[in-house]
Ligand binder design. Structure first.
Ligand code: KIV
Ligand code: ZN
Length: 516
């Protein structure tokens, strides 16, 4: 193929569905809308907004996203049954363009042990599901779950049948990350070659990262297997070791276009904003050495490398940091900056607040922060807006103030004031350290009994002046949630994070995992 006639690959983002299936990554409706808007800004082709039949909350989130997203196709997952499919169609009805994604497991292990169905029953159910989904839309995706461990003959039989029923995309799922690039790519190639009507569908790859090969498998699926859609998530978020990372696969395709020769419609300069947003909302920190979006991804620490980069960038850099949206950690605003400068910076960062009232509230928070911290960076603004938007959601607990005392050789004491459904409550606690004392103080009133699974502190920017961003992961009665809080005082950030996690535990979202 001539180098200038590159085909386009479809980028299908499933951060809001498969990403959210990661324990603790559950998001509220408003959070999902914010991520969906960022995905649209990034020009993702298809946004899988959730699994409509999972819960009323999921249904409402998909409906809201279908109402606001105009440029991307909005999609809902559904199991292969009429009820799930009708629910997906109902949630998606308002969308400009929508897709129903239905799936059923096809590997012998899943059919026998999980579904307790015979291959013939699975065959019939898959056909019926696609036929039913086509009543609502002509954009229907079918996934054979655990395809990479399925029997070839059965796969060919079922996929030929669902294409005949009108499935327009076939998604070759490597559900448990078992694939090896060459084998996975060839398996897909063989299936496509053996199915007589395979050219009637677009083929897609969906890979999990259990062996660290999700991106490699996806690219092999494209290059060897002939896939033209890649399913992925921001930061590789997802169950267990996660899914194919959008930022990695997109930048591999762009940076090595000489080899891959495909176009992607993604605006890569939006990648860092998307990564930060997802990390802040879910509380899943990005490891510093993570490709593309890790804090060190473009940092040249060793003397030799720095010298090389100063002489000629491409000695050690194959991509430019600014091409994926990294901006220098520069001081952008301070105490004297006015509302217009603040608003301008929000625009530059691609942050669209819904109303002037929201801009005013965010500006008030900015002023508060600028009183305590002389230099305000982009990262501070992003975190502050996140906090502001979080506080719009219905919360039971809200942080008010904190004082704590710690001294070498003495047990730290914390006094915390927070509101419960609008009523202020004050409490005191002791602990091994100031954070422990703060959590004990809060627990003395809330008696949540939740188990703390993770406590992590990250500096949002550099320097001792930086705000600390704290994540608290709590577990109770089988539910896992993440709370996040940011403040220049990390004990205050911890209190906010703990209260935010308790708020999430309060919301009674009983959610079904589609694959269980
Ligand atoms: O991993 C998987 O098999 C899935 C399907 C539902 C597509 O996420
Ligand atoms: Zn998956």
């Amino acid at each position: 193929m001539a180098a200038n006639s590159a085909e386009k690959l479809i980028i299908f983002d499933t951060t809001l569905r498969d990403g959210e299936q990661s324990p603790g990554a559950s998001m509220t409706k408003d959070e999902k809308i914010r991520i969906a808007k960022q995905l649209e800004r990034m020009r993702v082709d298809v946004i899988e907004a959730g699994f409509a039949a999972a819960s009323q909350g999921d249904f409402e989130s998909i409906k809201a996203i279908a109402g606001v997203v105009k440029d991307s196709i909005v999609c809902s997952l559904s199991r292969a049954n009429d009820r799930d499919i009708a629910r997906a169609a109902e949630a998606l009805a308002a969308a400009e363009r929508f897709r129903i994604h239905t799936f059923i497991a096809t590997s012998p292990l899943h059919m026998e042990k999980k579904l307790r169905m015979t291959p013939d029953q699975v065959f019939e159910q898959a056909k019926q599901a696609v036929r039913f989904a086509r009543k609502f839309t002509d954009d229907v995706e079918f996934s054979p779950e655990d395809a990479s461990r399925s029997d070839m003959d059965f796969l060919c039989r079922i996929l030929e049948a669902v294409i005949a029923e009108g499935a327009t995309t076939i998604n070759f799922a490597d559900t448990v990350g078992y694939g090896v690039p060459e084998l996975y790519g060839n398996m897909l190639k063989n299936v496509r070659e053996r199915i007589p009507n395979s050219d009637k569908a677009i083929w897609s790859v969906h890979c999990h990262n259990d062996l660290g090969m999700a991106v490699a498998n996806s690219l092999a699926g494209v290059m060897i297997g002939g896939a033209r859609q890649i399913e992925c998530t921001i930061n590789g978020l997802g169950e267990r070791a996660g899914n194919t990372a959008l930022e990695e696969v997109v930048m591999a395709l762009r940076t090595r276009k000489d080899y891959f020769n495909f176009e992607v419609g993604i605006d890569a300069t939006q990648i860092i904003s998307a990564s930060r947003l997802v990390s802040q909302i879910t509380g899943f920190a990005v490891q510093p050495n993570k490709a593309i979006v890790g804090a060190n991804a473009f940092a040249h620490a060793s003397g030799i490398h720095q010298d090389g980069v100063l002489k000629a960038r491409d000695t050690y850099e194959i991509m430019r940091a600014e091409d994926v949206g990294w901006s220098a950690n520069k001081i952008i605003l301070g105490k004297l900056s006015g509302r217009n400068a603040f608003k301008q910076r929000l625009d530059d960062l691609g942050i669209a607040l819904d109303s002037e009232a929201e801009v005013n509230a965010a500006f008030a928070r900015f002023k508060e922060l600028a009183d305590r911290k002389s230099d305000i960076f982009d990262e501070d603004i992003i975190s502050l807006v996140s906090d502001e938007q979080q506080s719009h959601e219905k919360e039971c607990y809200r942080f008010v103030s904190l004082s704590q005392h710690s001294e070498t050789g003495e047990q730290p004491v914390a006094q915390v004031v927070f509101s419960i459904e609008g009523e202020e409550a004050s409490c005191e606690g002791q602990g091994n350290g100031p954070v422990d004392a703060t959590v004990n103080a809060i627990e003395s009133i809330t008696h949540s009994g939740a188990e703390l699974l993770l406590f992590s502190v990250n500096a949002i920017t550099t320097g001792t002046q930086a705000q600390g961003e704290v994540t608290m992961r709590l577990s109770k009665a089988g539910r896992i949630v993440n709370g996040i809080g940011a403040d220049p005082d990390i004990v205050v950030a911890s209190a906010k994070a703990y209260l935010s996690a308790l708020n999430k535990l309060q919301s009674k979202s009983e959610k079904l995992n589609p694959q269980l």
